[in-house]
Design a protein around this ligand. Structure first.
Ligand SMILES: CC(C)(COP(=O)(O)OP(=O)(O)OC[C@H]1O[C@@H](n2cnc3c(N)ncnc32)[C@H](O)[C@@H]1OP(=O)(O)O)[C@@H](O)C(=O)NCCC(=O)NCCS
Length: 177
């Protein structure tokens, strides 16, 4: 894996099958497709609303103005050159001492081929080389695939759980780097 310690737009990570790179405005259509594919149990703030928003244009605007998600990297397949999802670190109020949260989401047609795990390992190595000592990840109790990825990445569940009868309990997992 090649990596860069510099934050933001210069980050580019490579694995056997994937390239993880900074988000571009041209990624907006795939990112919106991810919105349309979300499980109905995902909270409304992360669902397309009754007006069809966010639109692709909304997401393009968010990418142009976003600083919070600079470390949320777009994932491309090397062989096909297509964008299949994102994986990276987000700042969160959940962790402490500036410890970020691992996040990922992939197009359904690419699931169960090991992409989330492969991309996440690249991000974990990058985080470690950047000086982070611990990461967090949150997952809904019903999200079996995501919980399996966390287990493969050797995240451990903590005692912290935010109960949510509607959207599913939110489990807090963590990994020492
Ligand atoms: C979670 C997600 C990123 C996994 O992506 P992926 O590329 O399919 O992940 P991987 O192929 O690396 O690993 C998936 C694992 O989950 C397993 N799996 C799939 N569906 C499952 C289910 N319903 N219950 C339990 N395990 C499941 C797969 O068999 C695989 O495990 P294995 O390698 O031991 O066979 C993908 O499902 C996704 O984008 N979901 C929607 C967004 C999301 O939930 N993001 C995480 C929020 S916390």
């Amino acid at each position: 894996m090649e990596d860069s310690r510099a934050p933001g737009k210069s980050i580019s990570l490579e694995t056997d099958r994937l390239i993880l790179r900074a988000r571009r405005v041209s990624d907006a259509a795939v990112l919106r497709e991810l919105w349309t594919e979300r499980d109905p149990r995902v909270p409304p703030r992360r669902q397309i609303d009754s007006d069809g928003r966010p639109t692709i244009e909304d997401i393009e605007d968010q990418i142009r103005s976003s600083s919070r998600e600079l470390n949320l990297l777009t994932v491309e397949r090397r062989v096909f050159g297509d964008v299949i999802g994102y994986c990276g670190l987000i700042d969160t109020v959940r962790g402490s001492d500036g410890e970020p949260e691992l996040a990922f989401e992939f197009l359904r047609r690419t699931w169960s081929q090991g992409y989330a795990t492969e991309a996440s390992w690249a991000v974990l190595h990058w985080a470690q080389s950047s000086g982070y000592r611990r990461l967090w990840a949150t997952v809904r109790d019903w999200n079996g695939a995501s919980r399996r990825v966390m287990a493969k990445l050797e995240f451990v569940e903590t005692a912290r759980v935010e109960a949510d009868e509607i959207h599913g309990d939110l489990l807090f997992t963590t990994k020492e780097l």
